[in-house]
Design a protein around this ligand. Structure first.
Ligand code: ZN
Length: 96
């Protein structure tokens, strides 16, 4: 019995800012870990995650409209936002 293994698991996620669907590898993942929100570059950290386009515009939208915090069921301090934004900017610069 050799079943066809053609079913590919391409799981898509929606950006919490613009709602566009992308493959996981094309998105940024944020998780809430120990009460703090961190950028999960590996996309493998356990916990509740939120997905965003690899785009600072979407990050800004998600933060300014409270969508990132809501998706993670937490609040994000303003100084933490600045740190996260810096992390995103560095990551985007590295991957370009
Ligand atoms: Zn987006």
């Amino acid at each position: 019995m050799t079943g066809k293994v053609t079913e590919r698991k391409i799981s898509e996620r929606s950006c919490v800012a613009c709602r566009a669907k992308h493959r996981r590898m094309e998105l940024l993942r944020f998780v809430r870990a120990d009460g703090a929100v961190v950028l999960d570059d590996s996309t493998r950290l356990p916990g509740r995650g939120a997905w965003l386009c690899r785009d600072l515009g979407c990050f800004d939208t998600a933060v300014s409209q409270g969508r990132l915090a809501r998706a993670l069921r937490t609040t994000i301090q303003e100084d933490k936002v600045a740190t996260l934004r810096e992390d995103v900017a560095v990551l985007l610069a590295e991957k370009e």
